[in-house]
Design a protein around this ligand. Structure first.
Ligand code: C2E
Ligand code: CA
Ligand code: CA
Length: 736
């Protein structure tokens, strides 16, 4: 405690040491000396003293004020806390200084009414002065205490707020108040446990206990590190170690535990680090949510979503997942896929019923499963009677063939169904290759195409995918799909190739040859799409269009070259068109509409389409022939029709296949070919059939064919197929 003498000496510097202001300063100096050591302020002593001066003035004024209001001293207490004089010592010293020196320095004993507040005036009796001083001290203490409490609360709240931001609710409760924490802890629907940093379990709530089977000892006496489980995520214990070392504030994982009875508890676990007021790691807090049932349900749902209900095999979904994984495996890894389709399963289903069909599939599934037991092999059912087997690893080139052979072998033993023995066979398409090159959809499509190849080769076999065969099949597929719209969009056009009289080289007519100007593939020849159009039936409208178009063209030529002789038009008819009931009526209508006489039209029918034809099939052709339409037997010599049979057919022209002319290209010409052609020509002529030869590419051939008695010829020697105007100019050239 400072003595009055000291205080007086220290404050002396200010002017009028004995005036009221000087005495007030001295009081402030004494006060500051008394409490400065116990403050946490960052001010210097003189600065601090400067801040105390107004407080001293407030006290002095309050001492004299009329009416007396001790509450002003509360403000002083509040201010002290604001100046970081929060140490309890600071308060007691302040009270001591006020008690000893306030009246002494500010009591106004020398008749000076002093600093004079608004209500100041008149001398205070010494007793009253002392009483006021005491009350001021109480008020100051009260103000100090309230401010200190408020400040502590604010600080705590700030801490709690930041804690809340970083940690979970339960943890916040722990920080906020013990009672609230207790309530949360005990009533929580999630398991809560607290352990020290060595992993000793200190407290657990009821919920957590129940989750572990309700046995107190099974939980409380344990150490956190005892709770390892083989299915722990690999990083769990690393994160745990970081947490207890204070390097991490929390982590969240899905973690399994063994219960006391050996069953497994699955949890969503959140572990937080609790620190003390100084931020030192103190406890760990675990929040656990029991996810065991949800997990089981999920596992079951997942199983159901990824397995075939009938056979229990993995289904398409799971298979695609595995295939995707196999295809994205690292360097040096390969995959081998067998795509199996049962041969004749539909017949079994139809004759024995669906339930027998189902049992057959289950048996097949079992046999397949037994073929693929290695860890890197799997079997799946894609649907219906389609199954796949997948093998992965570095050596699938050999393995996949063995797998396919095993599968065919496993199927070879008959299956007993309803007392019958049924033999099941299958066709397998194999795709094998390195990972990282193709996607699952592409691989599966290739396998599917290859499987069909195995099937069309007779079934009960496996075939290996081949990129070229795939590409053909894929464009075939794409073209088939695009055909209908191609006709609507007018993507087809016709080229004409002249037919020439061998005797004088004059143009006799032209054959209409259709082409497809495909938007992506460019111009496609008829060999690429006529078979597809045949297959899909689109050949009927397409053929009708060709007929209309070329008949109209022929009529146009005739009108332009009235003097050029009767120009004829040859149009190809496909087998499907032959069977179409509208053939005769369509043809008649087309001719009538264009105004072309039937004798100017020649329909070409391939020899093979007429082999074995019965009268019903020949009837429309006969009708057309009776009307005057010529019927040509196209590609003659490629089939094996009985020449004598020709008599039966309503045919007026034989078109010798290009293979005969090819034989004449050699020097000297193949004498056998010459003899055959000679024989055919004489036979044809005896049956009153005209003979046309195809594929004449050289003058030599033309001369030989002329010598052999052929009537007309067609080929590159005369002209390639081309636009209609070309025929026009050829005919003109003839006329000249
Ligand atoms: P095709 O009726 O035997 O037609 C003759 C084929 O031989 C044509 O092929 C023609 O371009 C080709 N060619 C003509 N001269 C020569 C030659 O000197 N040397 C060689 N190497 N080839 C020659 P293209 O146009 O590819 O037609 C192929 C087949 O497509 C035709 O064979 C025909 O069967 C069919 N086709 C063409 N257009 C139609 C049509 O409108 N309807 C139907 N159903 N089939 C058609
Ligand atoms: Ca033809
Ligand atoms: Ca031909």
């Amino acid at each position: 405690m400072s003595t009055p003498a000291e205080a007086a000496g220290a404050a002396g510097a200010a002017a009028e040491p004995d005036g009221p202001e000087g005495r007030l300063r001295r009081f402030a100096t004494i006060w500051s000396r008394a409490i400065f050591p116990s403050t946490a302020t960052s001010l210097t002593r003189p600065e601090f003293e400067q801040r105390l001066l107004p407080l001293a003035r407030t006290l002095s004024e309050a001492l004299h004020a009329r009416p007396f209001d001790p509450a002003r001293a509360q403000e002083v207490g509040t201010e002290l806390v604001g100046m970081h004089c929060t140490d309890p010592d600071a308060l007691s010293r302040t009270l001591g200084v006020v008690d000893a020196y306030l009246v002494l320095y500010c009591g106004g004993d020398s008749g000076d009414s002093g600093s004079g507040g608004s209500g100041s005036g008149g001398e205070l009796a010494p007793d009253e002065c002392r009483a006021r001083c005491a009350r001021l001290q109480h008020a100051l203490a009260a103000g100090f205490a309230r401010a200190l409490r408020e400040r502590t609360l604010t600080e705590q709240e700030a801490i709690a707020r930041s804690a809340m931001a970083a940690r979970s609710d339960a943890q916040h409760a722990l920080h906020a108040s013990e009672e609230r924490f207790r309530a949360v802890f005990e009533g929580a629907a999630i398991g809560i446990g607290i352990a020290d940093l060595d992993g000793n379990v200190l407290e657990v709530n009821d919920t957590l206990m129940q989750m572990f089977g309700g046995l107190d000892a099974a939980v409380r006496s344990r150490n956190v590190s005892d709770w390892g489980h083989p299915e722990d995520a690999p990083h769990v214990w690393k994160m745990y170690a970081e947490l207890v070392r204070g390097e991490r504030d929390h982590f969240r994982v899905e973690k399994p535990y063994y219960r006391g009875d050996g069953t497994v508890l699955w949890t969503n676990l959140t572990v937080s680090l609790l620190r003390d007021a100084e931020g030192r790691p103190q406890y760990q807090l675990a929040l656990m949510e029991d996810t065991t049932e949800r997990r089981l349900l999920n596992l079951r749902l997942r199983y159901e979503a990824t397995h075939d209900a009938l056979t229990g095999l993995p289904n398409r979904t799971l298979f695609f997942e595995r295939l995707e994984k196999a295809l994205s495996a690292g360097d040096g890894m390969r995959f081998g896929l067998c795509y199996l389709d049962l041969d004749g399963f539909k017949a079994v289903n139809d004759s024995l019923g669906h339930s027998a069909g189902d049992r057959l599939l289950v048996e097949v599934a079992d046999r397949l499963q037994s073929c693929a037991t290695a860890p890197r092999e799997m079997v799946a059912r894609l649907g219906g009677d389609e199954f796949v087997a997948l093998t992965t690893g570095p050596h699938t080139e050999r393995e996949v063939d063995e797998l396919a052979a095993r599968i065919l072998g496993a199927l070879s033993a008959p299956i007993r169904l309803d007392g019958r023995e049924i033999t099941v066979r299958g066709s397998i398409g194999i795709v094998e290759g390195p990972a990282g090159e193709r996607g699952p959809a592409e691989v599966l499509r290739s396998a599917d195409i290859t499987m069909y190849r195995a099937k069309s080769a007779g079934g009960n076999r496996f075939e290996l995918a081949d990129a070229e065969a795939d590409a053909r099949a894929i464009t075939r597929h794409g073209l088939t799909n695009a055909l209908p719209t191609a006709l609507e969009r007018g993507e087809f056009f016709i080229e004409y190739q002249p037919l020439v009289h061998l005797s004088d080289g004059s143009v006799h007519g032209a054959e209409a040859l259709v082409r497809w100007c495909h938007p992506q593939h460019g111009v496609l020849g008829p060999d690429r799409f006529i078979p597809l159009a045949e297959h899909t039936g689109l050949i009927v409208p397409l053929g009708r269009w060709v007929l209309e178009e070329s008949v109209r063209q022929a009529r146009f030529w005739q009108q332009r070259h009235a003097d050029g002789g009767p120009l004829r038009i040859n149009v190809n008819l496909s087998p499907t068109q032959l069977h179409h009931p509208g053939l005769v009526s369509d043809t008649v209508r087309v001719l009538e509409r264009a105004g072309l006489e039937p004798g100017a039209l020649c329909l070409e029918v391939t020899e093979s389409a007429l082999i074995g034809a019965d009268d019903d099939l020949l009837k429309p052709l006969r009708q057309l022939a009776e009307m005057g339409v010529d019927i040509a037997l196209d590609d003659f010599g490629t089939g094996y029709s009985n020449l004598a049979n020709l008599r039966r057919l309503p045919v007026s022209v034989l078109k010798l296949d290009r293979s005969f002319t090819r034989g004449m290209q050699q020097h000297p010409a193949d004498p056998v070919d010459l003899k055959i052609v000679e024989g055919i020509v004489s036979l044809a002529h005896s049956l009153e059939l005209a003979v046309t030869v195809e594929g004449v590419e050289t003058g030599v051939q033309a001369a030989q064919l002329r010598a052999l008695g052929c009537d007309t010829a067609q080929g590159w020697y005369y002209a390639r197929p081309g636009a209609p105007d070309r025929i026009h100019s050829l005919v003109l050239a003839d006329a000249v």
